[in-house]
Structures are given as structure tokens and as C-alpha cells.
Design a protein around this ligand. Structure first.
Ligand SMILES: Nc1ncnc2c1ncn2[C@@H]1O[C@H](COP(=O)(O)OP(=O)(O)O)[C@@H](O)[C@H]1O
Ligand SMILES: [Mg+2]
Ligand SMILES: [Zn+2]
Length: 232
């Protein structure tokens, strides 16, 4: 594997163009003809192996959820295509031990983040078709997993999404990446999410919010929004 030019950095990792060698041609052709390498920034705490392993686990679960979602939306008239979710592979450096992840390279000029790991959307994505589809995917993920996982930090291009985080109810089991904010992610998503036309096509319902005053269920922002609520 060879690390080439620096592409860009996020809050946790630096991303480089990369070449990989020693894999069968057919594998490379099928997976991708261009690759990136992701290396954690020096100021990120934690064991590199653990960080990378969790990223790979998270992308694998997100990929499967993405496949189920894509299959579902294929049958819904008017939804259109949904991007694939990229796989991520763990790589151990030969020599002084260090760990990285590699994944297929996508067009970085059209790279956009739609939703953050704290559950809040990026405002331009509330208006774009792709952004709305990604937010509907997040909403669907919560419903599909019975309220246990929220797919968030969704970003990438029109064709492929990457760097997903999954907020999980049992954050303490550390199934997912360093960006798993657990309950924090759920709460902010439920509080801020306004269902869009893609949520409607999927038959998703606005979130119910348990009232602090005990006056029964009220509804989140998708419907009437009341202040001083406590999320269910
Ligand atoms: N697969 C990719 N192909 C091309 N560019 C990428 C890819 N993944 C990330 N990037 C670029 O690198 C930046 C940092 O990568 P990212 O995975 O978002 O790091 P972080 O985990 O810190 O958020 C992104 O904002 C994007 O510009
Ligand atoms: Mg990112
Ligand atoms: Zn919704």
C-alpha cells in the first residue's frame, strides 16, 4: 500500500489518496480502482487498532442497513435511487505497528455532509433531494431497529456514502465508532427532525414526545412542537 497526496481532514481523521498492491486484479476491479487511506489525527485519544476496528464494524452494519433500505425504496414509486454505503477495511502497517483504514475513493469535489453524529442535520441538506433521502434513511434506521440504532453522520457523494456513525442505545457496549453519542444523538435527532416527502413515501411517522407535565403524548417537530418536552 502506498500513501499518496493528502485529500482532506475531518474532525478525527486525515484522508489520503492511496494505492494498494498484492490483491487479485478481479478483487480490485470489483471493489474500486481508486482508494483512500484514513489515518487518525494525533489529538484523537484511543488505541489505533480499536478505533479502526470499530470504524470497520460501523461501516459494515451501515452497509447492511443501506442495502435493506435500498431494496425497500426500489419498490416505492417516486423515491428514486439511494447511494451505496462504502466498505471500510483495516490495514496494519508493516514495520513500526500502526493501523489505518482504506476504502474506495469517491469524487471529493461533490462531498457533502447531510447529518452530524449529534443527530442534527446540515441546513442545506434539508432542501436537497439527496439530503432529504439521507435524513429519511436516518429516521427509517431508528424505526427499523426498534429504536436501538440511529444511522447518523451521513456524508459522501451522489453515488456513495461514507464515514457513517451509528448512535446506539447501549453505547457502553462500544459496538460502534468513537462518534457514537448514544442517547445524545437520539434525543437531538428526535427533537430536530422534521419529516420530509421521502419520510412520507416510507410511511414514517413523526416522533412522539412524552410530556413533562404528564398531559399525555405530544408530537415532535414533524407536527406541533411544544417546548419543555422530555423525549421518550
Ligand atoms: N472515500 C472518500 N473518497 C474521497 N474523499 C474522501 C473519502 N472519505 C472522506 N473523504 C474526504 O476526507 C475528509 C475527511 O474524511 P472523513 O472520513 O470525513 O474523516 P472524519 O472521520 O474525521 O470525519 C472528508 O470530509 C472528505 O472531504
Ligand atoms: Mg467526516
Ligand atoms: Zn422523518
Amino acid at each position: 500500500m502506498k500513501r499518496n497526496r493528502f485529500i482532506s481532514a475531518g474532525g478525527m481523521r486525515k484522508c489520503y489518496a492511496a494505492e494498494i498492491f498484492g490483491f487479485p486484479e478481479e478483487f480490485l476491479n470489483r471493489a474500486s480502482d481508486e482508494w483512500v487511506l484514513k489515518d487518525y489525527l494525533e489529538n484523537v485519544n484511543g488505541d489505533r487498532y480499536d478505533l479502526c476496528r470499530k470504524d470497520v464494524q460501523t461501516q459494515a452494519v451501515a452497509q447492511t442497513l443501506g442495502e435493506i433500505f435500498s431494496k425497500k425504496v426500489k419498490g416505492i414509486e417516486g423515491f428514486g435511487a439511494f447511494p451505496r454505503i462504502l466498505p471500510s477495511f483495516l490495514v496494519q502497517q508493516v514495520g513500526p505497528p500502526n493501523y489505518f483504514t482504506i476504502e474506495p475513493k469517491i469524487d471529493s469535489s461533490s462531498y457533502v455532509k447531510h447529518i452530524n453524529n449529534d443527530g442534527l442535520p446540515e441546513p442545506p441538506s434539508l432542501r436537497s433531494q439527496l439530503g432529504q433521502k439521507c435524513l429519511a434513511f436516518s429516521h427509517w434506521s431508528l424505526k427499523f431497529t426498534g429504536g436501538r440504532f440511529l444511522v447518523c453522520d451521513v456524508q459522501g457523494s451522489e453515488d456513495a456514502l461514507t464515514d457513517i456513525q451509528i448512535a446506539s442505545v447501549d453505547k457502553e457496549r462500544e459496538l460502534f465508532g468513537a462518534g457514537n453519542l448514544g442517547e445524545g444523538g437520539f434525543t437531538q435527532f428526535k427533537r430536530s427532525h422534521e419529516c420530509n416527502p421521502y419520510c412520507t413515501l416510507l410511511g414514517l411517522e413523526r416522533f412522539k414526545i412524552a410530556s413533562k407535565q404528564g398531559s399525555g403524548d405530544e408530537y415532535g417537530k414533524c407536527g406541533r412542537f411544544r417546548k419543555k418536552e422530555k423525549l421518550a
